[in-house]
Design a protein around this ligand. Structure first.
Ligand code: HEM
Length: 520
């Protein structure tokens, strides 16, 4: 039997009507404003696959609304470009706004439902988060700060002294190594640690899969049933490979720590603490499995974000020598010339603190956070918010808001300072608002992140000058502040600079106790 053109038209109309009925707005309230949508696909092909935060900011301005609605096939999306709206919904109505979307690539094909940053809201997420928070609590902060001091003084600072041109590698090795040691209690090679490189390779592949819209199967979920050999279904093979690698790295690193606990070579860390904490409990086996899964989730959460902020810092210092010199003058007057900065100096270094805030504001590492998901319908300010909508809290737009932060694209730590040199308390603080997300899913590693960044920034500036490299004719090579990445993380595009010991500082003398450690 062959179909006539008339039959085909009738079937098409029926499908469209059925879809329109199925996904209609059942509420008497209108949806927030949005862009015109194509039939069936909605806005799927208008949303870019990377740098979505820029698109969301511009679109909000075009629509004249700080909250708006998009749709990709059947997926409702709410974008929030405003702190108050994000707080009203994600903080104050957090019981409705704390889930995460299931994506076909990540959840169904790769199957990493055990990574709690991507878990749906519920008891299992709560158990994971509770274990995580108990370890990363103020109680253990002192120990982690000591570890940070060790990594920066024995790792980063000597590396910048010996091979400053490899500063990007050194920053990656120190943040990756630090989080690996915090999690697994293993020793880390000062340069190119193999375990850091292995995790980077594996979780780097997974990161792409976590970015909304990177794979067609996330846009057309039915494709997940298409076998890998089918033309165009290469994502099946990618998913299988990521799944196998992720499980392998998770098992290997965890087993290494168990072995180290047995032979006494593991230092205090998240895994040893958690296993000890649960020993003798009836639910030990399930808690041990959770410990392994949480440990695996920590690496990416704790390394890329801090790396993005550290490279943003180096770039900002390169482009703003005036800021650099002012910070060095503050360090010299507070810390002096005979020792390196430590955590006890933090509250006496307002300008360094202002630089940290400005780095987070200027390039928030997760510029649209990790999208939340609504677990019920809601009405906000007369707008209908559907159940199952992905909610993007676009911290980039919030931290670039012209009214709160005039001239937002210029890097200006002074915006956080009073005329008398103290820190302002009457301005939105990126250390506590927007950068680390909202509500029940707010980043539970924020305090650790802030203390690492503080010590890193102050230690680098105490010893080194960051300057432009010169070309063969001796002219400074211009670097423009560009950010990119095809993932949820916003990183400066790799750039070059010259890092040299500060004139008039006894850099070698200050480093003498820390040079020559091959492992930390
Ligand atoms: C500058 C550094 C960092 C930034 C900007 C950052 C930012 C964020 C953001 C925006 C979220 C999503 C929050 C939300 O859904 O509303 C998040 C989640 C998370 N972060 Fe961080 N983070 C940083 C460092 C860290 C570190 C060092 C760790 C681990 C020690 C960590 C662990 C996590 C975890 C486990 C989650 C998932 C929480 C959940 O879903 O319940 N983060 N982070």
């Amino acid at each position: 039997m062959s179909l006539s053109l008339r039959d085909a038209l009738i079937i098409t109309v029926c499908v469209v009507v059925h879809l329109a009925y199925r996904y209609r707005n059942k509420s008497k309230y209108p949806l927030p404003p949005g862009m015109p949508k194509w039939p069936i696909v909605g806005n799927a092909f208008q949303i870019p696959a990377s740098q979505q935060h820029l698109f969301f900011k511009d679109l909000g301005e075009q629509l004249g609304s700080k909250i708006f609605y998009l749709k990709a096939f059947s997926q409702d999306m709410i974008v929030i470009n405003d702190v108050k709206i994000a707080q009203d919904l994600l903080d104050k109505r957090s019981s409705l706004y704390s889930s995460r979307a299931r994506t076909p690539m990540l959840n169904d094909l790769i199957g990493i439902n055990y990574f709690f940053p991507f878990m749906q809201y519920g008891d299992e997420w709560r158990s994971h988060r509770r274990i995580f928070q108990q370890y990363f609590s103020p109680k253990n902060m002192k120990k982690e700060e000591e570890r940070t001091v060790d990594f920066i003084r024995k790792g980063l600072l000597p590396n910048l002294y010996e091979t400053p041109e490899k500063f990007l590698e050194h920053l990656l090795n120190v943040v990756g190594g630090l989080i690996t040691a915090t999690t697994y209690g293993v020793q880390i090679h000062r340069v190119n640690d193999p375990l850091v490189e292995y995790q980077e390779h594996v979780y780097g592949a997974g990161e792409k899969a976590a970015t909304p819209g990177q794979f067609l199967v996330d846009v057309i979920p039915q494709l997940k049933y298409v076998p890998g050999w089918f033309p165009g279904a290469g994502f099946q093979n990618v998913a299988r490979e990521i799944k196998e690698m992720t499980e392998e790295v998770m098992d290997k690193t965890y087993d290494m720590t168990l072995k180290g606990i047995d032979d006494g070579s593991t230092s205090d860390c998240f895994v040893s603490w958690s296993l000890e904490n649960n020993s003798g409990q009836a639910n030990y086996d399930s808690q041990a499995l959770r410990t392994k899964q949480i440990a695996a989730a920590i690496y990416k959460a704790g390394s890329d974000t801090r790396l993005a902020s550290s490279t943003t810092f180096v770039m900002a210092m390169l482009l703003h020598p005036d800021v650099q010199h002012k910070a060095q003058a503050e360090l010299d007057s507070v810390v002096g010339h005979d020792r390196l900065p430590d955590f006890s100096d933090r509250s006496h270094l307002p300008y360094i603190n202002a630089i940290l805030k400005e780095v987070l504001r200027y390039n928030p590492p997760l510029p649209f956070g990790l999208p939340h998901l609504t677990s019920g319908e809601d009405v906000y300010d007369g707008y209908y918010i559907p159940k199952g909508a992905m909610v993007f809290a676009n911290s980039y737009a919030m931290l670039q808001d012209e009214e709160t932060f005039p001239n937002p694209r210029s890097f200006k730590p002074e915006r956080f300072m009073n005329a008398d040199g103290t820190l302002r308390t009457d301005i939105l603080d990126p250390e506590s608002v927007a950068t680390f997300g909202f509500g029940r899913r707010i980043c539970p590693g924020a305090q650790l992140a802030l203390s690492t960044l503080y010590l890193m920034f102050s230690s680098i500036l105490a010893l080194y000058d960051i300057m432009p490299e010169q070309d063969s004719a001796g002219k400074p090579i211009h670097v423009s502040p560009e950010f990119g990445g095809h993932s949820i993380i916003s990183q400066p595009i790799p750039f070059r600079c010259k890092i040299t010991p500060r004139k008039g500082k006894n850099v070698e003398g200050l480093l003498k106790d820390y040079l020559g450690h091959e492992v930390i």
